[in-house]
Write a protein that binds this ligand. Sequence first.
Ligand code: HEM
Length: 540
Amino acid sequence: MLTSDSLSLVTTVTNTNPGVLLFLLLCLLLTTALTFAPTKSPVPGPSYCFGLGPVLSYCRFIWTGIGTACNYYNSRYGSIVRVWINGEETLILSKRVTQIDLIWLRLMWRMRNLSKSQLYVIFRSSAVYYVLKSAHYTARFGSKQGLQCIGMDGRGIIFNSDVPLWKQVRVYFSKALTGPGLQRTVGICVSATERQLECLQDMTDASGHVDALNLLRCIVVDISNRLFLRVPLNEKELLMKIQNYFDTWQTVLIQPDIFFKLRCLYKKHEKAAKDLQEAMESLIEIKRKTIKESEKLDDDRDFASELIFAQNHGELSADNVRQCVLEMVIAAPDTLSISLFFMLMLLKQNPKVELKIVEEMTSLMDDHRSDSEVTGNEDVKKIDLQKLTVLESFINESMRFHPVVDFTMRKALEDDYIDDIKVAKGTNIILNIGRMHKTEFFPKPNEFSLENFEKNVPSRFFQPFGCGPRSCVGKHMAMVMMKAILVTLLSRYTVCPRQGCTLSSIRQTNNLSQQPVEDEHSLAMRFIPRASPPPHTEHS
Ligand code: HEM
């Protein structure tokens, strides 16, 4: 703060020489930077350098996207890095067990004759795993104004950092995504996929290609509606709004306050968020009417009904109900459809894996057919998804090798220590799970190979859905959905991306999640009907 004395001094000097004022201002900046410079951190990362470090690291996050910036810093400075986002200290953790760690652990095991549980304690010190499991990190971080723009500040679940309220709503999500909801999922996934495949002709362009990501999104939004909301809706219109909302989400999430004052930049994002919120409000209104008009209470109430009842009982606000429904409806199209898209690309790049999956599927269906008189998509519905072990390894390996969710964001709620490093309350944490998954634990960490899942993989090495109290609440349902959609699709079609399009050649961004850039050609695939009898009989 300038005192009145110093102000009058500045005025006098300015009147005399503007160059001196500039010099004084520079001195002031320097003094401020030195006064408030943080004490030297033991954590590697860009240096503070009179405030230049924080500015530059923040610019990198805004400019390249969060995921890309994290990978840059981890590869440059190691598995624990200190950076700044919007002036706030942020740790990026990708702690993975290195070859040296493994040698050391083996030595310890042999020399000290450690038991398995003791080894577990040592492994548990993996920083990422520790944060995931700890109750000290159940909040997330983001710009307050950004979160207000998208309705996530103190509402909904995904970025709700009002911990008691988050706990309250998480119960509704858990209930809808497990138990009877989970059991209904297979049937709904199969019929929603069949329904979209029936319309394949209308989606095919003159060159015989289909926008595969769009098709997968249509399937997934239809499933989400049938599971959680159950109101008639225009899927294409809603999908457009979901995509615009997602773009806004990743744009505003870590913006500085000044961004929200620049109307020309902010206006379109504000509109995108409002459009989806209004669409949700109308759908919930339809749902409210349906509930009112129905004579008897539904025995298996869906997610939206449960929330509306909670609101009627004064347990949740109307805004919160809308936000929870919105987040439930966008969760799968934003993650699962992109994961499936990556999987279809990987499948074509690994024909032997496709063959193995189809063989496994066909033999299970054949077994089932001989046991009972089922036809058409009924045999897909009745298939025991747990027996599809090759498919499960393929899904896991795809999520490990090319994940859609590359990292997750948390905030320290208490002072703590991570691997002997003091972490002050309020520190932002980014867990770079994508990088953690390239650990030497896997036989071929940097290649796509089912060998990586041949042996049982302990959960501390593989967390595509996170774990602990703030893990993905939809993880079990997501696995069932991916299996059911893939089985339905692959039992009828083999897909073929445009020539030369591979996962490494298509343009992608990695901001809030890893996504393909949606241009006209790269996402197009041909859907070629499988020859009947299926390849299983041809090759066996
Ligand atoms: C391939 C598909 C998916 C992947 C890879 C994925 C991954 C993740 C990850 C990594 C997190 C953060 C976990 C953490 O911070 O520890 C998360 C959170 C979440 N996911 Fe998923 N997810 C998927 C599908 C779904 C689906 C289908 C739903 C629901 C329909 C869903 C609902 C959620 C919700 C509500 C959260 C926030 C949980 C909270 O903050 O309490 N996800 N997901």
